[in-house]
Design a protein around this ligand. Structure first.
Ligand code: URA
Length: 214
């Protein structure tokens, strides 16, 4: 059974299947192909949790046997991966929602200021009417997620969720301090961030492991 432990807008997905797949992701001996599979599967499970209470509209349909009232999602959905590692979550989500629109946000870390700098942003036009799901597997310092949410809001987004695979407290606090209205969904919350900005124990560099660029 799935259970999300919720505290202050942070939803930690407590689920046996997720726990087992997280161990595949975290294991340093996991090859790229298995890493990709596990990340896609975890993405689907996280999306299932995050979408649990999305508003629906009553829709009249007819089954082969009788008319009935069905449901359709009340808002269009936009997935926005933060480049590049966010693309690893996108694959799985598109299996469940191939009709979703997709935006991209590219951020790099300035070596001097250590702050995220936006180098690419392409978002669907009707952002204000859509529900936006922002994707990044690792919520580490939280600065990229914070910047990405700021960007989304400046482009008109009002309904936003953030989905990651591993979060740490520093990252959660950073995002929450600037955007307390944004729900965070994660499969794990790890204790530490090391001096290089990696989550410990974490899973290493999510982008490198997903794209095989180690
Ligand atoms: N980005 C990663 O890919 N891994 C981390 O641990 C932190 C940021």
């Amino acid at each position: 059974m799935s259970k999300a432990r919720t505290a202050g807008n942070v939803h930690l997905l407590k689920h046996s299947l997720v726990a087992a797949k997280m161990s595949v992701l975290r294991d340093k001996t996991t090859a790229t192909v298995q890493f990709r599979c596990a990340l896609e599967q975890i993405a689907i499970l996280l999306l299932t949790e995050a979408s649990k209470h999305w508003p629906t509209r009553a829709t009249e349909i007819e089954t082969p046997l009788a008319p009935m009232t069905g449901a359709s999602l009340a808002q269009p959905v936009v997935f926005v991966p933060i480049l590049r590692a966010g693309l690893g979550l996108l694959e799985g989500m598109l299996r469940v929602m191939p009709e979703a629109e997709i935006g991209h946000i590219g951020l790099y870390r300035d070596d001097v200021t250590l702050r995220p700098v936006n180098y690419y942003c392409r978002l669907p036009a009707r952002l204000a009417q859509s529900h936006v799901v922002l994707l990044d597997p690792m919520l580490a310092t939280g600065r990229s997620a914070t910047e990405a949410v700021t960007l989304l809001k400046s482009q008109g987004a009002t309904s936003i969720q953030f989905i990651c695979v591993v979060a740490c407290e520093i990252g959660i606090e950073q995002l929450r301090s600037v955007h307390p209205d944004i729900p965070i969904y994660s499969a794990a919350i790890d204790p530490e961030l090391n001096e290089f900005g990696y989550i410990v124990p974490g899973l290493g560099d999510a982008g490198d492991r997903y794209f095989g660029t180690l």
